[in-house]
Write a protein of this length. Structure first.
Length: 243
C-alpha cells in the first residue's frame, strides 16, 4: 500500500528521502493523557478579515498569510469545540505591540516595515478571529517574541494544570508555531501539530518547517487523528480552562 503523500514531499530531494528512510527520523511520539489546546496568533492581521489571496491581503496587513489561514481556521473550529466539550484547557496568544514599537526590540529593524499600524494592541487587527474567540475561562498569553514560553507565565499555567501534551495550532509554521513547539519539546511535553491547522505566508517555509518539526520535535498528523484522540478522552474534572 502506498504511503500517504505529505505536504513536504515535493520539496525534498531524492537524497533527503533516502536519509529520512535510513536515519529513522519522524517516528511518532504519541499522545499523553492530559492535553491542552494552544491557538497561536490566529488574529486578523495574520488571517485577513476574509479569505483573500495573499498578494491582495498584504496591501492591508503586512503579516497576512493568505486564504490558507482561513482554511486552517475551519479545521481548528471542531478541535476547539471538542476541547470545550471535554473541558480541556485552552490557551491563546495575544501578539500585539505598544504604539512606539519599543516592545518589539530588534524585530523592528529586521522585519517590520515603516508605519506599523496593524500590530498595535487593542485593535481589530490583533484580535483573535471571531470563529475562535476566547471565552472568559480561557488563558490568554501576551507575548512579544516567537516562543510563547519566552518571558511569559505559560509554563507556570501548564505546571498548575498538569498538562503533558500540547496541541499547537496557528501560525506561522516557520515562526511562532515552530519556536513554541521546539521549546515545548525541550520541556518534555508531547507536541502535536494537526497539519491542516498550521499556516504560513511562504509555501516553502510552511512545508519544510512542518517536515523538520515532524522529524525531530512534534507529531505533525492529520486533524482527523487529533479529533479522534480528543473524542476518546473523559471530560476533565476541575476548573476547566482556567484550572
Amino acid at each position: 500500500m502506498s504511503q500517504t503523500k505529505r505536504i513536504w514531499d515535493d520539496f525534498l530531494t531524492e537524497r533527503d528521502q533516502q536519509v529520512l528512510a535510513v536515519a529513522g527520523y519522524g517516528k511518532r511520539g504519541g499522545f499523553g493523557t492530559r492535553p491542552a489546546l494552544f491557538i497561536i496568533d490566529v488574529q486578523y492581521n495574520f488571517c485577513g478579515d476574509t479569505p483573500q489571496d495573499i498578494l491582495e491581503g498584504l496591501k492591508q496587513y503586512r503579516t497576512h498569510c493568505g486564504k490558507e489561514a482561513w482554511d486552517a481556521v475551519a479545521h481548528m473550529v471542531p478541535l476547539l469545540e471538542l476541547a470545550r466539550e471535554k473541558n480541556i484547557p485552552v490557551f491563546y496568544t495575544e501578539s500585539a505591540r505598544r504604539p512606539d514599537l519599543l516592545d518589539s526590540g530588534v524585530q523592528v529593524g529586521k522585519n517590520h516595515r515603516g508605519g506599523e499600524k496593524t500590530v498595535l494592541a487593542d485593535t481589530h487587527a490583533t484580535r483573535t478571529v471571531e470563529a475562535l474567540a476566547p471565552r472568559p475561562q480561557d488563558i490568554r498569553i501576551t507575548k512579544t517574541k516567537p516562543s510563547c514560553f519566552f518571558g511569559t507565565t505559560f509554563m507556570s499555567h501548564l505546571n498548575f494544570l498538569d498538562v503533558d501534551t500540547l496541541i499547537l495550532v496557528g501560525c506561522t509554521s516557520s515562526g511562532c508555531l515552530r519556536a513554541t513547539a521546539v521549546d515545548a519539546y525541550s520541556y518534555n511535553f508531547k507536541v502535536i501539530i494537526p497539519e491542516e491547522t498550521a499556516f504560513d505566508r511562504f509555501q516553502a517555509s510552511h512545508a519544510i518547517n512542518l517536515f523538520d518539526l515532524n522529524c525531530k520535535y512534534a507529531d505533525v498528523i492529520p486533524s482527523s487523528e487529533v479529533r479522534d484522540y480528543l473524542a476518546t478522552l473523559p471530560v476533565r474534572q476541575g476548573g476547566g480552562s482556567a484550572g
